[in-house]
Each structure stands twice: as structure tokens, then as C-alpha cells.
Design a protein around this ligand. Structure first.
Ligand SMILES: [Zn+2]
Length: 334
């Protein structure tokens, strides 16, 4: 009897222990669910923000990549809206925690700017073709739109190019130029040769990727000289423009020197070739783009070697008025 009483006492104790454990478990589960719900309903912040000084480069890129075409911005907004009502119905929990996160990320546009490190922070959306394709204005404020289509023709010092030899070492002088500028450039080079001032095409079309590589190299070189990153970026842009704002990115801008010379130097202004170009380039539709007395207007250093194709009519008018391209576009719009 005593044993039975003992064991029933034991059972009672055990039962109460079990029920305590179960109660504890229930309380624990309830607390856990509560915590989970509380964290879920918190607004999901964008990834950890780092101090601006540390991440200037990244920030430049981020700011620009959010400047996506309007259509994709709208897509982002509308998908955020469709997600939010279900989050408000927090009683019915549909745990899809990754969904709200992805809608907050900038949509990848598949644009040629996606992998560009340095993009102009001052670029504004604009119709740069409103005065015609060959009169497009590119500078710190105006960059190539993401839907830009290249129309390039191969060039080997004015000779036609056999595709078979493209990229061969012997043919490394092969360049690409915009189709509209091809024949005028060819005529100008032929006539310069006849006039006894043979020319060299040093640089023509340059891809956005190469531009970014060169720009980055330039920024890094200024940083290694002790400049801050923002100072380095501004200095780099004075001679190497941001990707998408260089005329070389279109195939309408050309660096031209004396035949056989490849080093760009302001001493080119003392050559017979430069004098010939200053007198004759407009007859083929080319202007000196970055003149000595227009550095404030263009934001670019004096480049006696850089010529831009705008077409004969505009080239003559620009020279007659004594304007740079920036001023000429303003003049057309006044
Ligand atoms: Zn140039």
C-alpha cells in the first residue's frame, strides 16, 4: 500500500512536472512567435550604411545606378505597392521574407553603365539628339543615353579594312569611327597628305569600358599623389571625361597628330598639320572641340589634337561665331 501511495505521489509529481514543462514550452513558443512577428513587421532597411568618406566610390555608382530609366523605376514602385497590402494583413502570416527585400533593390537595367565605376555625378536626363545625331552634346552634364546605338565603320589610316586582318599586330592601327564621319575624315586625311601635311589618327572610338578603365587609372594616379578621391575625380575629368560623356565613346571625336606621332601634347599647336587643320577642318565638318580660350565653357583642358565631327554647315557656323559646342547649342536654343 505504502509503495502504491508512494508511486501515485511520484506520478502526480511527474505529471505536474510534465505539465510545467509543457506550459513552459507553450510560453516559449508564444514568445518566439511574438519575436518573429515583431522582427518581420519592422521596415527592412537597405544594407548597412557605411560612412560616406569610406565609400565615396561605391556611393557614386549607387546613386547613378538608381537613376535608371523611368520605366524600370515605375516597375519598382508598383511591385512595392503590391507587396505592402499582404504585409499589413499581419494576422495571416505568409512568410516570404525575401520578397520585400528584392523589390527595394535597384532593378538591373542591363545597361552598358551597369559595370561602370565612375559615372558623371552631374549628368541630367536630356534629349541630346534634338539638334541631330552629329550635333549631340556630351560633357559632365550630358551623357550617352542607355539606348544609344553605335554605327561604326573600321578605319586604318584612311584605307579600307580587310576584316581578316583585324586585331592582328600589323593592323593595330585599325580604329572604328562613326559612319557619318568616315568619308569626311577620309577626304580630310587625303587632302592633308596632298597638301604636304600627312595626318595620324591616334584615337577614335573608345568603348565605355575602356573609358572607365582609363578614367579609373587616372583617378588612382591622382589619389597616389595625395589627392582626396573627390579631388582626384575632378582632376581626372579635366583631361579624361567620365564614361559616357566622352566624344570618343561615340566615334565622332578624333585625336589627330602628325603622321607617325602618337604622343598627345599641346606642342602639336606649333605644327604645320595643326595650322592646316585650323584652316581646313571645317570644310570637312570638323571643329577643334576643346579650344584654349574655352576651357571654362567646356570644362576640359586645351586639346589642340581633339577634333569633333559636327557636319560642314555647323562647323563653319561654329567657327564664324567663335563659339564652342556648348555655346553653339545654347545659341541654337535661344
Ligand atoms: Zn580626344
Amino acid at each position: 500500500m505504502a509503495d502504491r501511495r508512494k508511486s501515485s505521489k511520484k506520478n502526480k509529481k511527474l505529471n505536474s512536472k510534465i505539465s510545467t514543462i509543457i506550459t513552459c514550452l507553450i510560453v516559449f513558443v508564444l514568445i518566439f512567435v511574438g519575436i518573429t512577428l515583431a522582427t518581420d513587421s519592422k521596415p527592412t532597411d537597405s544594407p548597412v550604411k557605411t560612412p560616406e568618406t569610406e565609400q565615396t566610390t561605391e556611393k557614386t555608382f549607387e546613386e547613378n545606378s538608381t537613376k535608371a530609366p523611368e520605366s524600370s523605376t515605375n516597375e519598382t514602385t508598383s511591385s512595392t505597392v503590391t507587396v505592402e497590402p499582404s504585409t499589413n494583413n499581419s494576422v495571416v502570416i505568409k512568410p516570404e521574407p525575401t520578397k520585400p527585400d528584392t523589390t527595394k533593390k535597384p532593378v538591373s537595367t542591363g545597361s552598358f553603365y551597369d559595370s561602370v565605376k565612375y559615372r558623371s555625378p552631374d549628368a541630367v536626363p536630356a534629349d541630346i539628339f534634338k539638334h541631330g545625331r552629329t550635333l549631340m552634346l556630351l560633357n559632365r552634364q550630358y551623357e550617352l543615353p542607355e539606348n544609344f546605338k553605335w554605327d561604326l565603320v573600321y578605319w586604318a589610316n584612311g584605307n579600307s579594312v580587310d576584316a581578316m586582318y583585324l586585331n592582328c599586330e600589323e593592323h593595330n592601327s585599325v580604329k572604328a569611327v562613326d559612319r557619318a564621319a568616315y568619308q569626311p575624315l577620309k577626304n580630310m586625311f587625303a587632302d592633308a597628305e596632298k597638301a604636304g601635311v600627312p595626318l595620324q589618327l591616334v584615337s577614335a572610338y573608345r568603348s565605355i569600358y575602356l573609358q572607365d578603365k582609363l578614367f579609373t587609372r587616372s583617378v588612382n594616379s591622382y589619389i597616389s599623389q595625395g589627392y582626396s578621391e573627390s579631388e582626384a575625380i575632378n582632376k581626372a575629368n579635366y583631361s579624361r571625361t567620365f564614361s559616357g560623356t566622352s566624344e570618343h565613346n561615340t566615334g565622332l571625336g578624333f585625336d589627330i597628330l602628325e603622321r607617325g606621332k602618337f604622343t598627345l601634347s599641346t606642342s602639336f599647336e606649333n605644327s604645320a598639320q595643326f595650322r592646316w587643320l585650323m584652316e581646313n577642318a571645317e570644310n570637312y565638318g570638323f571643329i577643334l572641340r576643346y579650344a584654349k580660350d574655352k576651357t571654362n565653357e567646356t570644362g576640359i583642358m586645351y586639346e589642340p589634337w581633339h577634333f569633333r565631327y559636327v557636319g560642314v554647315e555647323h562647323a563653319k557656323e561654329i567657327n564664324r561665331l567663335g563659339l564652342c559646342l556648348e555655346e553653339y547649342i545654347e545659341y541654337l536654343e535661344a
